[in-house]
Every structure is written in C-alpha cells, then in structure tokens.
Design a protein around this ligand. Structure first.
Ligand code: TXA
Ligand code: MG
Length: 339
C-alpha cells in the first residue's frame, strides 16, 4: 500500500517543485489525484497499461467501465485518437479547456484497457491550471476517472479524495474546492448525429447549436455505448429518495414520515418547519449552480452524520439543471413525483 502524500497548492507556478514531484510519480507509473474544474480526478499515465490497471484497483472500478483521457494541449489529441473530424476540431476550439468530453476513434497505441476494450476513446482538456501543468510536466496524457471509490459520490474537495483513497494512491494535489461540482458532459462524436452520453454543465441546447443537432442517449442500446451509466452511481451509504417536484408541505410530510424510522438527512431549497434533533437539513439555493457545487459534499456530510435515509428535493430540469437532475436520479434508490 503506498503512503499518500497530500500537498496543498495555492499557486501551481510558484510551487513548480510540487508539480514536478507529482509529474515524476506519473512518469514512474504511480497515481496522483488532482483538481479539475468539475470534480477531482485520479490520474495515471494513459500510455502505461500497468499504471492504468492501478486506477481500476484503487477505485474498485469494474474493468468494463472506460476512463477519460485528459490532455494538456491540442497535439495530444492525435496521440490517442484517430481520424479527428473537422466538426470535432471546431468543438475543441470552442469549448476547451472546459467540461466537455469527446468520444473519438481510439488510436491502437493507446492501451485498450483505458477504453475498457472499446474501439473509441473519451478525451477532454480540463480548465484548471494545476491539472494542465501536471499533464504538461508529465509529458503524457492522463487517464483519469473521478477520484472516488467506485459508486461513491465524486470528490469536490481533496478531503473527499483522501477519505476514499488515502493509502491506495501515491499523492493528492489539494487545490481547494472544484468550481463546477458535477462531471463533464460526454458527447460521442463517432455517431451521426453526435450523441450526448452524459449531460453536464455545457447544456444540450449549446451542444446542439455547436454541432447542428445532437441525440440524447435514452435506450438500453444507447446506454450500452456509455458503460459508466449502467452502474449505480454517486451514492452515499444511506438510501437516497429524490422528490422531483415538491411543495413545502410534501417535504415536511415526508420528513416526518421518515423520522418515525430514524434519522433523516434533507437536502433542499424549500424551507421546512420541522424541529427534530434527528433531522439534518442542508439548505441550498434552487439554482443549478448551487446544487452542482454542493451536492456531492452534502451527500458525504450526511453520510458522516449517519443519516438512515437522505431526502433530496429536485430542481428545474432546464438548462444546466439537466446535468444536476441526471446525477440525482442516478444516486436515488427511489423517486417520488409530487404535484
Ligand atoms: O468531469 C469529468 O469528466 C471527471 C473529471 C475527473 O475529468 N471525470 C469523470 O470520469 O467523471 P468518470 O470515469 O467518473 O466518468 C467517465 C464517463 C463514464 O460514464 C464512462 O462510461 C464514459 O465517461 N466513457 C469513458 N470512455 C468512454 C468511451 N470510450 N465511450 C463511451 N463512454 C465513455
Ligand atoms: Mg465517476
């Protein structure tokens, strides 16, 4: 078991020595967790099959769930992907660095395990200087899933990463809270029209506008294209009940009902008037922005409090809300629609 070195980074240029140390670990086949603009990633040299294997082991990730390759410049794209179309280059020009992952044709030189044996590869360039400096100094693209134990909520603070992976990875670069808080949108460019495999902070409308039209993965067959979406995800230990549309009354009633069975965690934007020491309420703004930034930390906090059940009040599906609601539905073991 490696001892995990955790280092705070305030300025990745002033602390170039720390980035050098992390890059040396990557070059020697080790694992480094680092911040991105979405969530923390767990990185290894994408070109080194043995290093990639360690990611699956550290996370307990099923081998058939492919990883995203993070690049530090445009040239890296052609190290891992073949036949990159004009349309793809236009998207890269417009959205990178940023929270958009593109699924492209995989180059044979990239270890097949990165893509779980698929003929494609998912690629993105993160909008975070620590991540970009690390990739550039390592001189290799980084295979990096979210830095959490498989199935758990993604990490938006270094402490979340440490909680899940300390003792299992070599280093954690602590760059503070991530900006966006939910993972990148995944757009499959190997189909025509391109297909949104995972909604994210860049909205469906914006993507459709950029590429003409897009489809949204909905059928079982579509979902097969994005193996990650088959698994239970983003889940705390307590079961999650998602209340899709709510009134203050319905949330209060539900809270009371569940309190009869034990402690209740409640994440929502509607104020509730329930005074019970067994109710742990985390109040958010109703915006997609606040939900995205706070949701994984809130789920983890309620786990630490040992809530028996976690109730989450949904938000509007429009715009960026779609990505947030996608994550909440996947975290939920029960979904309630109230009028
Ligand atoms: O924002 C993000 O994307 C974060 C940060 C760290 O960059 N990464 C992340 O990685 O969320 P992960 O491994 O938790 O999710 C990757 C998703 C999964 O749903 C996976 O199935 C999909 O991308 N994916 C990866 N490669 C793919 C491929 N070749 N074809 C289709 N889907 C792919
Ligand atoms: Mg993940």
């Amino acid at each position: 078991m490696p001892k995990t070195v955790i280092v705070k980074i305030e300025d990745c240029y002033a602390q170039a020595d720390v980035i050098e140390q992390a890059a040396a670990i990557i070059k020697s086949g080790g694992l480094v967790a680092f911040p991105t603009e979405t969530v923390y990633g767990l990185g290894a040299d994408a070109m080194n099959a043995a290093a990639v294997q360690k990611i699956f082991e550290a996370k307990g990730r099923p081998a058939d769930n492919p990883l995203i390759v993070h690049v530090g410049n445009r040239d890296d794209v052609e190290r891992v992907a073949d036949e990159v179309s004009e349309k793809t280059w236009r998207l890269i020009e417009r959205f990178w660095p940023g929270p958009l992952t593109l699924v492209l044709k995989r180059k044979p030189e990239l270890p097949a395990s990165v893509s779980a044996g698929l003929p494609s590869v998912a690629v993105r360039m993160p909008r975070n200087n620590i991540a970009l400096e690390l990739i550039r100094k390592a001189g290799t693209p980084l295979a990096a899933p979210s830095a959490n134990r498989s199935g758990r909520p993604s990490g938006t603070f270094a402490a979340h990463v440490a909680r899940d992976l300390e003792g299992r990875i070599d280093m954690i670069l602590d760059g503070g809270a991530t900006n966006i808080g939910i993972e990148s949108a995944v757009l499959d460019m190997t189909t025509d029209p391109p297909m949104i495999l995972r909604p994210g902070w860049i909205t469906e409308e914006t993507l459709a506008d950029a590429v003409g039209t897009t489809e949204r993965a909905v059928s079982q067959e579509d979902l097969y294209r994005s193996p990650g979406t088959r698994y239970r995800h983003y889940s705390p230990r307590a079961p999650v009940v998602l209340i899709e549309q709510s009134s203050c009354q319905s949330i209060e009633q539900l809270s009371r009902k569940y309190l009869e069975q034990g402690s209740v965690g409640l994440i929502g934007h509607t104020p509730v008037n329930v005074n019970d020491p067994n109710l742990y309420a985390i109040k958010l703004e109703s915006s997609a922005y606040d939900y995205a930034r706070s949701i994984y930390a809130a789920l983890r906090e309620l786990d630490e409090k040992d809530a028996r059940v976690i109730l989450i009040e949904g938000i509007s599906e429009s715009g960026e809300g779609a990505g947030v609601m996608d994550r909440l539905r996947r975290a939920a073991s029960e979904i309630i629609s109230h009028g």
